[in-house]
Structure formats: C-alpha cells, structure tokens
Design a protein around this ligand. Structure first.
Ligand code: ADP
Ligand code: MG
Length: 779
C-alpha cells in the first residue's frame, strides 16, 4: 500500500508545482464577499491540472484523479455528506483507486537531478509514514470508543428530538465524537451554521479542540476551533466550535437567538457551573423560538433525570460504557498533610505495584506545582534505583503548549504521574491510568451574601466526585484507588453531591449580563435551582452602588458599558472611572496583570533569594500590589517586551505575553467605548497625580472590599462586616512598617486564615468621595 500512497503524495506535489505561475481567473475561487474561497481555489487548481495534464481528455483518467483527490482526506476538505459517503465506501474505494494495474503512470520531472530526487523521495516517504501512522491510530481510537457503535441510533434520535440528554461514562467519546458526527451528517449546511460545544473549563475546551482538529485533519482554528476568554482560535471557516460556557453566555450579548448555530451541545452539564446553569435557562427560550435548533445536554452519569425534567421530559440517551472493577483503599487514620501522604503513596505504588499510570487529585495550581517539584527532587535523588517517573501537571491556567503532555503515551520503562485538579474528574480523559490517588478535597469559590464576602476555600469534595475520581482508574482494566481519608470521613463528612455553583457564588456578573439581555425580572428567571433572594439582592445592591442602575431600577449606560468587558463588574467599573480620570492606560495595565498574578515570577528553591530580591525591586511603596504590577508591566514595555529582561528579573515571559494579549483585547473595548487612552504623561499630568488617579479609579470599583487595621496592628477588620482578615504573605504590603490604616483588597482567600490578596492602601477620605452612598446607608 505504501508505494501507492507515496505516489499520491508525489502527485499532490506535482499538482502544486504545476500550478505555480499558472493563470487563474479570480472568479474561479473568489467568493461573493471578495475573499478567497480555499475550497474553490483548490478545485480550480485541480481543474487546471487536469486540463494541462490530460489534454487527450480521457474521462477515465479524470475520474481517477478526482477519486484520488478524495482519498487524501487530509488534503481536500470534503463536504460532510461526501465524507459519510466516503466513510461508507472507504475500503472498497481505496482498493479500487490503488489497484496497481489501473494506476496512472506519472512521469517524474526530468529536469531534476538524481540526488535531489532521492532526497525528496526520502522526505516524502518519511512524511507518508508519519501520516499513515497518525491516521491509523486516530481511526483505531475513534472506532474503539463506545459511542461509535451507537452512532446511527444516536443520530436518528437527535433527528427526531429537539432536546436530548446524553449520558455516558467519561471517555466514551461524547465530547470529541458527537460534534464530528453532527458535522459529517451535514448539520452545518456547508458552513452556514456552526456546531457549538461548551465546556466548563478552559483547558478542556482547548485540549479537546486540538484533539478534534487532529482527528479531522485540519489546524486548530480552521474547521475546528475554540474560544475561551482572551483567546479566540476560531475563524469564519470554523464549523465545530468548542468554547467555555462563559464565552457562549457572552455571545448572547451580540446574538440573542444564537443564530450562528444549528446545534448546541452543553457538555459536562452535571458540573452545574454558574454559566452552564444560566445558559440552560436562556436556551430554554431559544428552543421555543427556533424549531430548527437542536440542543444536546451531555452529562456524566449523575443528575440526568433532573435535566430531563427541566426540559419537559426530554429523552435521555445512555451510551453504554465498559468500566472495570476499581479496588478502594482508605487510610486507617485521617492524614494531617495530604500532599505528603500523596507523595509517599506515589512512591509506594511506583515501587510495589505493576505497570500503569497514576492520577493524583489535588485542589489547585500551587499544590500541584509544589508536589511536582517535590516528586522530581525525590526521584532525582533515587536516581536509577527506580524506573523513571514522568511528572505531568494539569490545571486551569497551565499554558496550552504544556497541556498536551498529559496525553502523550508513556514510554516503556517509565511511569506517568498526572497531578490534576478536579478537571480530570470528567472533562479530560487520560488513557492508561490504573491508579488514582484522591486527596478528597476540592477548592471552591464561596460567597456569603450576608457578609458580602467571597472566598476560595479548600474543603471536602462530594461522594459523587470521589466516586467519579475512583472510576478514572478502571478504564483500561481493573484499577486501584487510594483515598487519603478514612472510610468514616467518606460516609459522614462528605456531602452526596456537589452544590451547584449558582447557590454558592456571587452573582454580580450574571445579574449584569441578564439585565443587558433585557431580562430584568431576575427573580423569575427559569433557573434549574434558583439562587437565594438574599444573594440576588446583594448583587443588585452592588451593581446599583457601582452605578449600573438608577433609582428606578432602570439599567444605565454605565451598566451597559460594564457588561461589555469580560471581567468582573467591579474591575470594569475601575476601567470606566479611569477613562474619566485620564489614566485608562495605567488601569488597563493593572487589570490585565491582575488576571495573571499566579505565575508571574519563576519558582525555584535554589534561586529563592534572588527571586525575592527581584520581586522587592518592583515593590511600590505608595500603592501596594496594584502599582507594583504596574511597575513590572511598564519596565517590560520599556524593555521592548524583551525575553532577556524577563530572564534577568526572574519574571515569566510567557505570563507577560499573556498579559499583553489580554491588555490588547481589553484596550479594544476601551477604544470602542471612547474611554480616553492618552498616556497621562503625554497630556501633561504629573506622575504623582496620575498615581493618585489610578488609585482612586480602583477605589471606585472596590469600595466593598475595604479593611481597617486592628488595634493590635497585625490584622485587619472588614469595614462593612467586622470580619477579621490578614494580608496575604505574597503581598507587597505584607509586614509593611508601619502598617497602613485602611486598605482595599481584590480577593479574599481562605487557607489557614482569611487572607486578603492584592492589596492597596487607601485614604479614608476617598471612601466618602467614591462610596458615600455605600458607607452611609444602612449601617
Ligand atoms: P467523553 O467526552 O465521553 O468523556 P472524550 O470524547 O473526551 O470522551 O474522549 C474520548 C477519547 O478521545 C479518550 O479516551 C482519548 O482516547 C481521546 N482523547 C480525548 N482528548 C484527547 C487529547 N487531547 N489527546 C489525545 N487523545 C484524546
Ligand atoms: Mg467529555
């Protein structure tokens, strides 16, 4: 077979060479809008080739060429219908086209010398081998997935029902296959519509889009693309689009009917993220107004009945999956430090258990990075006394170029250890896992409407989550799950199910979005689980104090402007104020930096002192963390966005590059909204005054988060609710002497204490200036 494929490559190359310098009539491939239509251009190219090559007009040969074109699926994009046809008759056609006796005998270009030809042949042959291997493994994997056997039945049901709930074990192929089946069945009507698929997590959206692009044989952003906040890899050509649920929610702002889509698949619905829940309510309206629109709700095994009920008894389709037995192990006593326990368990498994990769569930990036470092150190020390351990972290903010590592097959004589957050519970399937180590914890965002406090808390996960996690060990064969908690804890301390996010987080962003969609009766919106009235009231009150509503409850221009920014309403308010104070550019930089503070500096035990010294160099004595970020950003800009500068200062170049990208995108919205973007210095305002304006802009959005120094001088009290809080050790203001009396913080994190992260000193006067309505009302 190889020789024939080789000839096809050869032919493709010839076709390309042949067309160089050829004359084409633009009408052949320029579409109505005047843009180049690649498909048409390709057709024109082939037509030209046929014309030149077969002047004798042999129709048999022409048809052979056409067939050959179709056989190289990776090169010529077929219409979905044609693809199914192709798939159905694939084997037969293949044999026919490559029947040696009938193959076209191409002549090699005789002007090239022998050596060059050999080299080219060698390169081509290598390419063929690679391509063959890739297609083979991809095809094999696709066909081995449980959903493959149910394709016809599933597609038939989708045809007959507008809404369907699809349930299947993780790894059965829901996310990667179903959108492709729909595409191949013509649901995009050749590019007129898109098929959308939402994911609760960024990593899942990007990684799945990468995988599916690979399967389809195109680049990410072509036929298959993704959109996540501040990163859009989709284009006009995109027909299968993966996106975070939050991004789809934002699409409603410009396209209330989702008219670009023929099918929307809400994936991982059981996660019940805030955005997914709101989407479900909005989609319920769309299915009533658009009879041509299909809605698929995909979920892991739990909760399906509830979705069906919400959508007026929509049918539930079960994809039967195969899972193997997983033995459960508990610890006899509670473990004081689950990270240490997890590290020990990894080595125990590595030294005493048979082959198979390990998946460890932790709660967040910091823990994962610490554990990765620790594992690497220990295994280095053990050297070649043990087999190699490949340590692969995966968490929400992991740069996408590192994400794919977790999917790479483990080499022989090595064992892979994946350190993951609950992202690996259901949204990502990693093949080859045989052992699971479960910390039993999860990090959750919590909002207390009575105090108005929001915090990230590490707490026991639910029984349903723990069981999902264990299930990851039983995909390839019988597995083992090591739970780092006691059986009693499992039975008595863990809730049955996770609490839907809508019941536990602040709803500021959502309320703002609903208002900008014209949904003002937020109390009676169709929620699957309605949030507490307290919580809704709190958001309304915050948005009112930010100026999003007027006294009569009407939505204001400020409210509408705020809703255009894909950031927290409090941050968008800062931007709006900065526009009025001629410091938009500075505030933009600070807000962009705030999106990426977790991996700003390198972490290295050996260079800890140097890194610390470098951090301190940037610290602003005037404005705490916010102005410190501004200093870092400004120096980076002055260096000409230099990699070397980052290296010298122990700052991560990649992080700052992401900041740059975020800043550009936010800046675009600022320009659209005509916020003044002149650099303050350029407009003759003194540096000190600018700083003052920057700080006041931040106060205008964050006056809810004010804390006052306690008498003892080591901790603070939140002004509104008298809750004791501490400055986070990572802050530029940590242990500042003397401590400032008032400060503002951006977030509260509960670890060993209630820590305030990203703090800025303020003057008490500013509160009455910017938030008099807030600090003088009820209390
Ligand atoms: P489900 O959505 O039902 O949990 P998926 O469609 O996500 O299942 O995954 C199906 C299979 O696709 C996985 O078992 C794995 O073999 C493969 N796969 C998914 N994502 C990737 C990826 N990023 N890289 C390599 N293989 C992947
Ligand atoms: Mg999935």
């Amino acid at each position: 077979m190889k020789k024939e494929i080789f000839e096809l490559f050869q032919k493709r190359k010839e076709i390309e060479d042949e067309s160089k310098g050829s004359y084409f009539i633009p009408e052949d491939y320029v579409n109505e809008e005047g843009k180049i239509d690649r498909k048409r251009k390709e057709d024109a190219l082939y037509a030209k080739y046929d014309e030149n090559k077969f002047k004798d007009g042999s129709s048999w040969e022409e048809s052979q060429i056409k067939r050959a074109k179709n056989a190289i699926g990776g090169f010529t994009k077929l219409k979905p219908q044609d693809q199914i046809e192709k798939r159905k008759t694939e084997e037969k056609q293949y044999d026919y086209v490559f029947d040696n006796s009938q193959a076209i005998q191409f002549q090699l270009d005789s002007t090239k010398d022998e050596k060059q030809l050999n080299r080219e042949q060698q390169i081509l042959e290598e390419k063929v081998k690679e391509e063959e291997k890739r297609i083979k493994t991809i095809e094999q994997t696709r066909k081995s997935l449980p959903v493959y056997k149910k394709r016809t039945e599933l597609m038939q049901m989708i045809k007959e029902n507008q809404v369907m709930i699809i349930v299947g074990e993780t790894g059965s192929g829901k996310t990667t296959q179903i959108p492709q089946y729909l595409y191949e069945d013509g649901y995009t009507q050749n590019g007129r519509y898109k098929i959308g698929c939402t994911q609760p997590r960024r990593v899942a959206a990007t990684s799945v889009a990468t995988r599916v692009s690979d399967e389809v044989g195109t680049k990410v952003g072509d036929t298959v693309g993704y959109t996540i906040r501040f990163d859009d890899k989709s284009s006009e050509k995109t027909e299968i689009k993966y996106m975070t649920d939050g991004m789809l929610l934002r699409e409603f702002l410009t396209d209330f009917e989702l008219s670009a889509y023929s099918v929307m698949m809400i994936d991982e619905a059981h996660e019940r993220t805030l955005s997914t829940d709101v989407l479900l309510g909005l989609l319920k309206v769309i299915i009533k107004t658009r009879s041509d629109f299909k809605l698929l709700i995909c979920s892991a095994t739990m909760n399906a009945a509830k979705f069906s009920e919400f959508f007026e008894d929509a049918p539930i389709y079960n994809i039967p999956g195969r899972t193997y037995e997983v033995e459960l192990y508990y610890t006899p006593q509670p473990e004081a430090n689950y990270i240490h326990a997890a590290i020990t368990t990894v080595f125990q498994i590595h030294l005493s258990q048979g082959p198979g990769d390990i998946l460890v569930f932790l709660t967040g990036q910091e823990e994962i990075e610490n554990m990765a470092e620790n594992l690497a150190e220990t295994s280095n020390k053990l050297g070649n006394k043990i087999k190699e351990l490949l340590i692969c972290p995966i968490y929400a903010n992991l740069p996408s170029e590192l994400q794919q590592r977790i999917f790479e097959p483990t080499p022989k004589n090595a064992r892979k250890v994946v350190l993951a957050t609950n992202i690996a519970e259901t949204s990502l399937t990693i093949d080859g896992i045989v052992y699971v180590i479960d910390s039993g914890f999860v990090k959750e965002n919590k909002f207390n409407p009575s105090t108005g406090m929001e915090s990230l808390e590490i707490q026991p996960c639910s029984k349903a989550s723990a069981n999902q996690r264990a299930g990851r060990a039983g995909r390839v064969g019988p597995g083992k799950c090591f739970r780092l908690f006691t059986k009693t804890a499992f039975e008595t301390e863990m809730p049955d199910n996770p609490t839907p996010e809508i019941l536990r987080v602040n709803l500021n962003g959502v309320v703002l979005l609903l208002f900008s969609l014209g949904i003002t009766d937020i109390w009676n919106f169709d929620y699957m689980d309605a949030p507490s009235s307290d919580n809704l009231a709190k958001s309304l009150s915050l948005l009112y104090s930010l100026g999003a509503f007027n006294e009569n409850g009407g939505f204001t221009k400020i409210g509408r402007q705020m809703s255009e920014f894909p950031v927290d309403p409090m941050l968008s308010k800062c931007l709006l104020t900065s526009g009025e104070m001629n410091c938009c550019s500075e505030v933009l930089s600070i807000i962009s930096m705030l999106q990426e503070t977790s991996s700003l500096f390198y972490r290295s035990k050996e260079k800890q002192q140097q890194i610390q010294a470098s951090r301190e160099k940037f610290i602003s004595k005037v404005g705490g963390d916010h102005l410190t970020y501004l200093n870092i950003w400004n120096e980076f800009v002055d260096s000409g966005y230099s990699r070397q500068w980052c290296h010298d200062n122990f700052v991560q170049f990649k992080t700052l590059n992401r900041v740059k990208n975020i800043r550009t995108q936010l800046e675009r919205i600022c320009v659209k909204q005509s916020l003044i973007l002149e650099n303050a210095q350029a407009s003759n305002i003194s540096r000190d005054k600018t700083i003052l304006h920057v700080m006041k802009s931040i106060v205008s959005g964050y006056f809810w988060n004010v804390a006052r120094l306690n008498r003892g001088g080591d901790s603070y009290k939140s002004l509104k609710k008298n809750q004791q809080v501490w400055i986070h050790p990572s802050s530029a203001m940590f242990k500042l002497k003397p401590p400032v009396k008032f400060l503002i913080y951006n977030e509260l994190v509960l670890t060993s204490k209630e820590f305030m992260r990203n703090c800025m000193p303020i003057s008490e006067r500013w509160l009455s200036e910017y938030a008099s309505h807030y600090y003088t009302d009820d209390e």
